[in-house]
Ligand binder design. Structure first.
Ligand code: IMP
Length: 427
């Protein structure tokens, strides 16, 4: 039975929460497969707005089992406060399952994320400062602390001791910071263990059985394709694999279980943090997009950098992820423009590039080649079907579909649950 992946096609913040929510009714399990509380999903239900960072969006639907997969890095304090925040609004996290193989973000990861960024100065990545990179670094270096270590206080104590013996040297001697006391960390994490224990599971096995039983599993990526550690704009990326390939590794599901790869594509482009962004608008038009689209980060509150739609990026996302369907979000934000530029290729030192240039240096020098598409004046937030859209809005969607190389199957025309036009089923 189907396992579908939801993946951001740009630099994250494409509006994945809305897509997950749209599928909600059909889905039995929603799995986060990478990233951590660097992500931010906003879901609007009625007059209620929910900002989720670590919890899968499925937490909001009582009939869905939300799963935090092995590929995620978990800050247990943040997870518990997110759970408590929802409980205060009457939403239970009792069904939540957490992979025993997921890694934990430790206090030294957060400390190191902040000091290394400071040391990088102008070359900084602009991380969210949540300890994501250092936690993944330790995972790869085989020095990480995993969720299952919470179940064995002896092992947990040893792992904290070993990690801090090294990390305290770095914190104190390289960065001139105070060391972290292992006993205090152990006490803090043992308290988390008490509360998290009932949720810890072999989630790969749970999901495999669920698929055998014909259940629908939705794999929900954080961030986006261009922030992927391998396929993104390295080094200005996150430290995990949001792309569809990463979904299998991060959830413990084999690739031949995947039936749909749903790319989330914003009708324009945004990016948070540093790094190349060919269609970025640094003028009043960029400010207009930011204000009209409400482009302020859910996680850090930082202004998002804004620019026109980039078809080169979209084509790349289609190819890297094997996108079967696109969910185009925030089309309504573009209403009222006379004409809308869309980047169809780049020019680098006088040479046209139809694909992302091979080297970081060339990508930094890429200048967008624009095609102008006619805009529309009508408010489209009340549209109920594709046919309700003004002719030019329909043409804009069709042009993006053509340029991206995958069908646009759903369109977001506003933040509400009912403001989605479904062209064909995403299931
Ligand atoms: P980190 O994931 O905190 O290490 O940050 C690395 C880069 O990814 C920075 O440019 C962040 O702004 C960006 N980033 C991380 N999470 C998100 C997200 O959910 N949306 C958009 N950008 C993100």
């Amino acid at each position: 039975m189907p396992a579908a992946v939801l993946v951001g096609a740009q630099w994250g913040d494409e509006g994945k929460g809305k897509a997950t929510d749209l599928l909600g009714g059909d889905v039995d399990y929603v799995v986060r497969y990478q990233g951590g509380n660097n992500a931010g999903h906003t879901v609007v239900i009625g007059d209620q707005k929910y900002a989720l960072h670590l919890l899968p969006t499925g937490i909001l639907s009582p009939e869905v089992v939300p799963v935090i997969g092995n590929g995620v890095v978990i800050d247990p304090g943040v997870l518990l406060s997110e759970i408590d925040g929802l409980a205060a609004r009457g939403i239970s996290a009792e069904r939540l399952l957490i992979s025993s193989n997921a890694h934990l973000i430790m206090p030294h990861h957060k400390a190191l994320d902040k000091v290394t960024e400071r040391y990088l100065g102008k070359a900084r990545i602009g991380t969210t400062g949540r300890g994501i990179g250092p936690a993944y670094g330790d995972k790869i270096a085989r020095m990480g602390v995993r969720v299952q270590d919470l179940l064995d206080p002896g092992i947990l104590a040893k792992k904290i001791e070993v990690a801090l013996t090294e990390k305290n040297q770095v914190l104190t001697k390289v960065y001139n910071r105070r060391g972290i006391e292992p006993a205090a960390v152990l006490e803090e994490y043992l308290a988390y263990a008490e509360r998290l224990k009932p949720h810890i599971a072999d989630t790969s096995l749970v999901l495999s059985k669920a698929l055998d039983e014909g259940k629908f599993v939705l794999l929900e990526g954080g961030q986006g394709t261009l922030l992927d550690i391998d396929h993104g704009t390295y080094p200005f990326v996150t430290s995990s694999s949001p792309t569809a390939g990463g979904a299998c590794a991060g959830a413990g599901i084999p690739p031949n279980r995947l039936t749909k790869i749903i790319g989330i594509l914003k009708a324009y482009t945004t990016r948070v943090g540093s790094g190349p962004f060919p269609t970025e608008l640094t003028d009043e038009m960029g400010e207009w997009l930011r204000q009209t689209g409400g482009e302020y980060g859910v996680t850090t509150g930082r202004n998002r950098r804004c620019g026109w739609f980039d078809a080169v990026i979209a084509r790349y996302a289609t190819r890297i992820n094997g996108v079967t369907d696109y969910f185009l979000t925030k089309l309504d934000v573009l209403s009222g423009l006379e004409s809308i530029p869309v980047c169809v290729a780049y020019e680098v030192d006088g040479v046209r590039h139809d694909e992302i240039p091979m080297t970081q240096t060339d990508f930094h020098h890429a200048k967008p080649i624009y095609e102008e598409l006619p805009g529309w004046q009508d408010d489209i937030t009340g549209a109920k079907s594709f046919e309700d859209l003004p002719r030019n809005a329909q043409a804009y969607v069709r042009a993006l579909e053509e340029m991206s190389g995958a069908p646009i199957s759903a369109i977001g025309v506003g933040p509400g649950r009912d403001q989605t036009l479904v062209i064909r089923s995403l299931v």
